[in-house]
Design a binder for this molecule. Sequence first.
Ligand SMILES: Cc1cc2nc3c(=O)[nH]c(=O)nc-3n(C[C@H](O)[C@H](O)[C@H](O)COP(=O)(O)OP(=O)(O)OC[C@H]3O[C@@H](n4cnc5c(N)ncnc54)[C@H](O)[C@@H]3O)c2cc1C
Length: 238
Amino acid sequence: MNVRLLNYTKNPDKVCAAAAQSCYSEKGAGELFDTTADDRAEKMITKVVGMGHLSVVEHAYFTFSVEGVSRSLTHQLVRHRIASYSQQSQRYVGMAKAEYVLPPSVAGDDGARMKYTQAMDAAWKAYRELAELVPKEDARYVLPNACHTNITVTMNARELWHMFRLRCCRRAQWEIRMMAWKMLEEAKKVAPILFENAGPGCFAGPCPEGEYSCGKPYRRGAMPSDDELLVESAKPRS
Ligand SMILES: Cc1cc2nc3c(=O)[nH]c(=O)nc-3n(C[C@H](O)[C@H](O)[C@H](O)COP(=O)(O)OP(=O)(O)OC[C@H]3O[C@@H](n4cnc5c(N)ncnc54)[C@H](O)[C@@H]3O)c2cc1C
């Protein structure tokens, strides 16, 4: 999986802070943007976000390229509606090369891995044969969820916060969880104030999953390693 931040609103922290301040000031956001110091911007964002005045962080946009992930992941990702997406087409791009995601649970079990790779080989064999007979757009129906895909996603900071809350959580599937943490890591580099406290629901207080809680809250602000992320999603506690 490759997650790259392609572009973002210039000075995202300051833009949102100036917008927030302009609600309570006689001055316009233009003057506030020019005169607001970083520590003041930090206080302003922390204050308004804490109050739930979240519309001010909608002024900052972030565009990511997410590459080499499964269609299972993108199917989950596009459920987040306040976003823009562009996904590699299986109608126009041939899929003759068998490129697919191998879940860690499958990779770690010899029997499962053999069954899985046999199924992938069979699917791609059928795809290549069908692509000789019918258009690619129809041959692709035999391809699995595991099939590699690339997607470009643009979200504003408010939607990213929401997506991180749900998808950095251990209850989210390992693949989308890994993508979400990588996106958060990238976003934090360019907007450290906006995303300082962003992350799974357990960063903000008691687990919002209630009886489904995994019981293992993440340490606030800490970025888990890839090894920690490559684990199955947490099952509800019995
Ligand atoms: C662990 C986990 C398990 C899941 N399991 C399933 C499952 O089994 N089956 C399934 O179908 N889905 C499942 N989902 C997907 C989930 O139900 C949501 O579709 C997905 O997380 C998108 O979140 P959202 O709808 O809150 O927000 P987004 O689409 O990201 O929207 C953000 C917010 O905008 C507001 N909003 C957006 N659209 C509307 C609207 N039309 N009306 C009112 N308010 C709106 C809401 O406040 C919403 O929270 C799962 C998600 C997670 C994280």
